[in-house]
Design a binder for this molecule. Structure first.
Ligand code: GCW
Length: 741
């Protein structure tokens, strides 16, 4: 055990397999890695002198197959605890234990062993892993339709060994359900994985962000175009779970990212990530054309109408400049008319016009606009949660001159948070899922734990994403008949309503912390997001199991203990933070601790009291037909379920109803007693996690053990603060005693 290990390899650590029997079987099954023509298809590189920072241990790859080969060599040598042989062609006979990786194009052996039609069914990113034999020799072929598919197959094969699964008699075929599996990276906003816990100014004058664009102090010499180890570790980790794009800057965008100096830095980053099949996108500020720093190429306010040729030409020029350095550039992510960001409404146009104006500008370049729907203009409705659909829904329904419906163009994605508020620990699904049949929709999930304990609390989010993605929208067709495939996941993967442009976006939790995510267990959220983005039907407990084996230990007792901790951690957080469907009880700005009594923020809909509506009758926001009628935005079956206090799931009760303190709950207890019980049991669960972790000390390397232990201690104190602050405040309204626990 390396007791100093800091977690910096994420789940790609590749420690030797500890079970002797398994190790023997693996060593027999895997002896040699064979990758033909790994050097032939070099990926594009813009930066002639692209280089790693001095002292780096990672190495820049020149091709995707080289990345696959190097990962297999590194991974297998580590896992098998001996160097594997590497060949560039199989020779007369394929050796026993060979692992052959490639595409039908790159490898004559793959061409011979894998029929074209088997791969054709797997699309661009799919792969197959097959055990084959010739005479006495047994070997494995990992084939992709593309080199990136082969790389994904290589990671999938490594995962089998990392998780103690058999590697013989394999016949695996896999392909992603969703085409664009992206991260959004908010860098300086909400940064919980920086070296400085407070997130303000990190180690060596860096700001704590994972990518250095303008670091100062001792890190001033470590800015892009220099490539740091952590960029490549992140890239390998992304590829290992199939993430294929990243918007690298905050959606509250800084125009610096569109300047030539920054574009040169972005190009270097894109060069480094490209072998891993990862493409870059940028967040932009809608009003960037008026920024004097682009002078003389600026627009006046009058030219800012999205339908204006000058506006479109400006964005086309800017995109072209980027594309010249980054040929596989994805496009722009846009936060417009939201939380003070400029947008088309400032110039008299709506979101459809704004998104389409930009989309028209970049369509000739093959680029995409990700237009966020996180808007809540108070003029639209008194209930913040109704506002986005009221703005976007009519544009989706709008009849078009050609007889079709929906104004958003084909190269636009509307990017919508999973729920209608803002990444609360539990929300119902956003009513837009299923409602926007004529528009491409991307779901936005938050990996970084803004409202779910940041990098202090252990909260495994995969069960939440699973709950969301597997929620029935009850969507119907235009005749009112229920769709066959109508879970949120089906809407996202396009099978619900026949969309071929599909995307899932995770707001990343990466930073410059040694372990890249701040909390060792936050790595699990990064991991699980990628796996669920690839295949939302996966079981979150299986993902936890895989991650634990890859990250901590393959010992069954240890695995059971840690998976057990993780699987209840989200529900526990919901319980001590915002139980039974109450939303947003956070103290201002920080979004970490409790502030249920706060009522004087500059916007009414930022106040916890706006969401809790506490009074002597009860607690919760009435969004039923007798209240704001948010429920009407859902399809009828869901509207009916949520609309009645008798049928609403209790875990969403206060989201939709003002619940009387003595309301009888399904348990037989009254609401007050049940509410209080949630707060207490949630904190107890955290105590249980702390004790379980303590019991694992002999099995876990010292540094990581101590770091998690310290976080759990803080976690328990802060969870108790949530409980005491909230219960104490509610008590002023309920006037009731705290029931015996
Ligand atoms: O909840 C809010 C966060 C902002 C964030 C915003 C958004 C990037 O407090 O920090 O801004 O959501 O999603 O746009």
């Amino acid at each position: 055990m390396n007791d100093d290990y800091d977690g910096s390899d994420l789940w790609l650590r590749y420690v030797p397999v500890s079970d002797p029997g398994l190790l023997r079987r693996y060593r027999k099954a895997v002896t040699t890695v064979i990758v033909e023509n790994a050097d032939r298809d070099k990926v594009y590189r813009h930066t002639p002198d692209l280089a790693m920072a001095p002292g780096s241990t990672e190495r820049l790859m020149e091709s995707t197959l080289e990345a696959a080969r190097e990962e297999l060599v590194r991974g297998l040598s580590g896992l098998l605890d001996r160097r594997v042989r590497v060949e560039s062609r199989p020779g007369h006979h394929i050796p026993d234990g060979a692992v052959i990786v490639g595409t039908r194009d790159s490898s004559a052996t793959v061409r011979r062993l894998v029929p074209a039609e088997d791969l054709a069914a797997l699309g661009d990113a799919g792969y197959l892993v097959r055990s084959l034999s010739a005479g006495p020799h047994e070997f494995t072929v990992i084939a992709g339709g593309t080199a990136v598919g082969a790389l994904y197959g290589a990671f999938a094969f490594l995962r089998l060994l990392q998780t103690g699964k058999p590697v013989t008699d394999l016949d695996i075929a896999d392909r992603p359900r969703v085409a664009n599996r992206h991260l959004n990276y908010w860098d300086t906003e909400r940064l919980y994985a920086g070296n400085d816990e407070s997130g303000t100014g990190g180690l060596n004058g860096e700001n704590g962000a994972i990518f250095n664009f303008a670091a100062t102090g001792a890190s001033a010499d470590l800015n892009l175009p220099l490539i740091l180890d952590r960029y490549l570790v992140a890239a390998r980790a992304m590829a290992s779970v199939g993430i294929n794009g990243i918007t690298i800057n905050n959606v509250n965008a800084n125009n610096a990212y569109l300047t030539p100096e920054y574009i040169a830095q972005e190009a270097a980053l894109a060069d480094a990530l490209r072998p891993y099949g990862i493409r870059l996108a940028l967040s932009i500020r809608y009003a960037a054309p008026t920024d004097p720093r682009f002078a003389p190429d600026t627009l006046t306010e009058e030219q800012m109408a999205p339908v204006d040729a000058d506006f479109q030409a400006w964005w086309n020029r800017r995109a072209r400049q980027i594309q010249e350095s980054i040929p596989d550039f994805v496009g722009f992510t846009v936060k417009a008319n939201s939380e003070g960001q400029p947008g088309p409404q400032d110039f008299g146009y709506d979101h459809g016009d704004g998104a389409n104006g930009m989309a028209v500008a970049v369509a000739p370049l093959g680029l995409t606009i990700y237009w966020r729907t996180f808007v809540y203009n108070p003029d639209v409705d008194t209930d913040r949660l109704k506002r986005a659909y009221l703005e976007f829904g009519p544009i989706d329904d709008e009849p078009q001159p050609d007889g079709s419906h929906g104004r958003f163009l084909e190269n636009v994605f509307l990017q919508t948070k999973n729920g209608p508020l803002d990444f609360q620990a539990r929300e119902p699904i956003h009513p837009m899922f299923g409602r926007m049949a004529n528009t491409n929709q991307a779901i936005e999930l938050q990996i970084t734990q803004e409202y779910t304990g940041q990098s202090r609390m252990l909260c495994f989010l995969a069960p939440m994403w699973e709950e969301i993605l597997k929620t029935d929208t009850h969507a119907t067709d235009d005749q009112g008949r229920p769709l066959d495939h109508r879970l949120v996941g089906h809407v996202v993967d396009g099978t619900a309503q026949g969309h071929s442009a599909t995307s899932i976006v995770g707001v990343a939790n990466l930073g410059n912390a040694d372990n890249l995510t701040g909390h060792h267990f936050s790595q699990a959220n990064f991991y699980a997001f990628g796996r669920q983005a690839w295949d939302w039907t996966l079981d979150s407990a299986d993902l936890a199991d895989d991650w634990v084996r890859m990250t901590w230990s393959g010992d069954e007792d240890v695995v059971d203990a840690i998976v057990g901790m993780m699987m209840g951690s989200w529900e526990a957080l919901v319980s001590y933070q915002t139980p039974l469907g109450i939303g947003h009880q956070f103290t201002a700005d920080v979004h970490y601790g409790p502030g249920p009594s706060e009522s004087d923020l500059p916007r009414e809909d930022w106040n916890p009291t706006y969401y809790n509506q506490a009074d002597s009758v009860g607690l919760g926001y009435d969004r039923s037909p007798t209240g704001s009628d948010l429920t009407a935005q859902y399809f009828p079956a869901l509207a009916a379920e949520y609309g009645s206090i008798d049928t609403v799931p209790e875990n969403l009760m206060m989201w939709f109803h003002h619940v009387p303190w003595d309301h009888p709950m399904r348990s037989g207890r009254i609401f007050w007693d049940e509410l209080v019980d949630h707060y207490y049991s949630g904190v107890e669960y955290v105590g249980g996690m702390r004790r379980t972790w303590d019991s694992l000390e002999p099995a876990i390397d010292a540094r990581r053990f101590a770091e998690v232990r310290a976080k759990l201690a803080l976690h328990e104190v802060d969870a108790a603060d949530w409980r005491d602050t909230c219960v104490g405040y509610w008590q002023q309204f309920s006037g009731r005693e705290i029931p015996d626990q």
